[in-house]
Design a protein around this ligand. Structure first.
Ligand code: FE
Length: 345
């Protein structure tokens, strides 16, 4: 016969198991505010959910996520902030919206130059800002460096998106680190003088413009080539990609400019444990392999096999090892230079 004390004990045990069960169920999710389009990260998030049972919810917006996280304050739903550029990660850290993560797994997967020494941001992939060249109009070797873009022989031949876009600000930030502000201003003026049209559109639009004969030379991120040449849904993009050669600039000196996509844990993350699990997963062998295969980016984790497409078109190239911290620190200066020379006008 169960005594009164026995029943009481049973009740307490039941109660404890109920309350310990509640947070366990409620915690089985993680919320990501992403400036990267959701479809790009969905395959990795699905794999994460399958492995861990943790649901990964994504809110995507190209702009305004940092302001949103700041405005939401303690009540933010964002556990993680994901972005395709170092700039926004720095802005997040500088605004005090992140918290440090100390994880031996992240430390083991991500080389030091691709993560914050204080643990506030982590790179997940790298990409190069390369030069796309019209196959039939620019001879191999005619242009080799970012610095060559100012050669007067390219007058009216260059296309690019806005100088104020994050990708260009980082490139200009790297030029400032190497050449200083005054020389970079001259360089920007020289590139502007060679533009075929007012800066406009995204990176793919520049390759389209090469295909259409609007220009012969364009700046663009490396993975867009993979996205275009494999685009069965928009086969016209395959034709754009076929019309260009890829130039990884500055191979005889500092190497091609590199940027990262990366992630940060928000200061007021409600699902901190799950968020760190997801960060670790995204830096791990499976997700890194998927990034390389599906997005044509370069995985940060050493030893990750390259996709065959990357091996074919982007083989081995010399990457600029300039620190991302330096690049990020120069971005506001870069933005002022873009305005000063009227690059986008
Ligand atoms: Fe992009």
């Amino acid at each position: 016969m169960v005594s009164f004390h026995g029943i009481k004990r049973l009740c307490i045990i039941t109660f404890i198991s109920i309350i310990s069960a509640i947070p366990a169920y409620a915690a089985q999710e993680v919320n990501i505010y992403s400036a990267r389009q959701a479809f790009l990260i969905k395959p990795m998030l699905d794999a994460f959910s399958q492995e861990t049972g943790i649901k990964a919810n994504v809110i995507f917006a190209k702009q305004g996520l940092i302001e949103r996280i700041a405005n939401e304050g303690r009540n933010t739903h964002a556990d993680l902030f994901l972005t395709p550029d170092i700039g926004p990660l720095y802005d997040m850290v500088n605004k005090g919206l992140t918290q440090a993560v100390d994880s031996p797994i992240l430390g083991g997967n991500i080389p030091t130059q691709f993560r914050d020494p204080n643990g506030h941001w982590f790179g997940l992939t790298t990409r190069s800002r390369i030069i796309y060249l019209a196959k039939d109009r620019v001879k191999q070797g005619d242009i080799l460096r970012y610095e060559d873009l100012v050669d007067p022989k390219w007058k009216g031949k260059i296309c690019t998106r806005s100088g104020k876009h994050s990708y260009n600000l980082s490139l200009i930030g790297s030029m400032i680190a190497i050449h200083g502000e005054a020389e970079t201003e001259q360089w920007l003026r020289g590139v502007k003088a060679n533009l075929a049209r007012k800066p406009q559109g995204n990176d793919r639009a520049q390759v389209k413009a090469i295909k259409e004969g609007v220009c012969d030379i364009a700046l663009g991120n490396s993975y867009y080539f993979g996205n275009m040449i494999t685009n069965a849904e928009k086969p016209e993009q395959i034709e754009w990609a076929k019309s260009v050669n890829l130039l990884f600039p500055n191979q005889s000196d500092r190497g091609a400019h590199m940027n990262i996509s990366g992630i940060a844990l928000t200061k007021h993350a409600k699902n901190k444990g799950n968020a760190i699990k997801l960060m670790e997963f995204l830096s791990g062998p499976l997700a890194q392999y998927m990034y390389a295969q599906e997005n044509f980016e370069f995985p940060v984790r050493p030893g990750t096999p390259k996709s065959s497409l990357i091996q074919q078109y982007m083989g081995n190239f010399k990457a600029d090892e300039l620190s991302l911290a330096t690049i990020a620190a120069n971005r506001s200066q870069a933005s002022k230079l873009v305005d000063k020379v009227g690059f986008d006008n």
